[in-house]
Design a protein around this ligand. Structure first.
Ligand SMILES: [Zn+2]
Length: 362
């Protein structure tokens, strides 16, 4: 068994695991997406600066709705353009069917409503808030990721209209055996609705009780060894309470970001200009936390991969097929690696090969 630390990556070239053609296909798909992300963030940043300039030029008594609308437009328009491009131009180019326009419109309006509401609340707070209430506001903000991290996955199960996997399916045996190996109660095993989820994936919800393992139809009908391995990976997340730790870490990060951004904003600007400054500061302050959370997540994934290899070993070639079926970014740049919640595909394959002392297939 490899003694590699879960905190650090195994340095490995993606060419060791993926052919030139596989990497070329991945670049063709991901390069435009990465450019779109950079352009979107840049436009949002410039948009907020422009909104700030407009608000400042109108004097201290600008109507609240005007301030909220200016910041909301600056944030939402670049994202709307990027999302529409992704759904209706980029995905169809690769043979994926675009989301129905009605669903896209509903999601967009819903998001705008939530963000508009949050900005209005932030604006109201900025008028009223004193040094003491900053802590209160930060605590309320911190409660959001904790609640959504713990309750959110249950909603995802509902959205995917999960159904119980028939009791005669082999997967039940794997789940029971793996849960026993980790001294956990046997989780409920459900299948994600085919229409709402087409990829090859699985995830888990629950803490020590009400555990659920959800697997996609494609995984359930695929090779048995792969199914067992993926279930093994997911059960490790339950065993080590990764969901809880991640939610707690996000919660602390958001609380600190909000407290820091509020405190600095209150100090450096006054009146209506506070809203765009708060948004920019929060965006900047959240970056180091995002990198830290991604680092924590990659460590959790390495641990889950490692335990899955121990309890449910599988040929790295099968894991490779699993990765390739979901269009992964095969050659992430250094910054993409730092931002990613999962180790790079080549690293995961290398770790799998080393833990079984297998020979990688070039
Ligand atoms: Zn995982």
């Amino acid at each position: 068994m490899s003694k590699q630390s879960v905190w650090w990556p195994i340095p490995v070239e993606s060419s060791r695991w993926f052919s030139e053609e596989e990497r070329r296909v991945s670049r063709r798909y991901h390069d435009p997406i990465q450019r779109a992300v950079v352009l979107r963030s840049l436009s949002q940043g410039l948009g907020v600066v422009a909104a700030w300039g407009l608000i400042a030029s109108r004097g201290p008594s600008v109507a609240w709705w005007w301030v909220v609308a200016a910041v909301l437009v600056a944030l939402a328009v670049p994202r709307l353009v990027a999302d529409a491009w992704h759904e209706f131009v980029h995905e169809p180019r690769f043979g994926e069917s675009p989301v129905p326009p009605a669903a896209f419109a509903i999601t967009t309006v819903g998001r705008l409503a939530i963000e508009g509401g949050l900005l209005t609340v932030a604006f109201a707070l900025l008028q009223e808030v004193g040094a003491r209430s900053i802590i209160g506001v930060a605590c309320v903000a911190a409660a959001v990721p904790l609640a959504s991290g713990l309750i959110g996955p249950r909603f995802v199960l509902m959205l995917h209209r999960v159904v119980d996997v028939p009791i005669e399916h082999e997967a039940h045996r794997h789940v029971a055996a793996l849960a026993a190996a980790h001294r956990l109660p046997v989780p409920r095993l459900v299948e994600l609705d085919k229409a709402s989820f087409q990829g090859t994936n699985a995830y888990v919800t629950g803490q020590r009780s009400a555990l659920t393992v959800a697997v996609s139809s494609r995984l359930l009908s695929g090779p048995d060894a792969l199914l067992r391995h993926v279930v093994g990976h997911e059960i490790t997340h339950l065993r080590h309470r990764h969901l809880l730790w991640s939610a707690a870490a996000s919660s602390i990060s958001l609380g600190l970001t909000v407290a820091g951004a509020l405190a600095v904003t209150m100090r450096i600007v006054d009146g209506s200009e506070r809203l765009p400054v708060l948004v920019m500061l929060a965006a900047v302050l959240s970056q180091p936390f995002r990198l830290l959370l991604a680092w924590l997540s990659r460590a959790n994934e390495r641990q889950a991969d490692r335990d899955a290899m121990r309890y449910a070993p599988v040929a790295p070639e099968l894991i490779k097929q699993l990765h390739l079926s979901d269009r992964p970014l095969l050659e992430p740049s250094l910054i993409a690696r730092w931002q990613s919640s999962h180790p790079a595909p080549a690293e995961r394959l290398e770790a799998a090969a080393r833990s079984t002392r297998g020979t990688p297939i070039a």
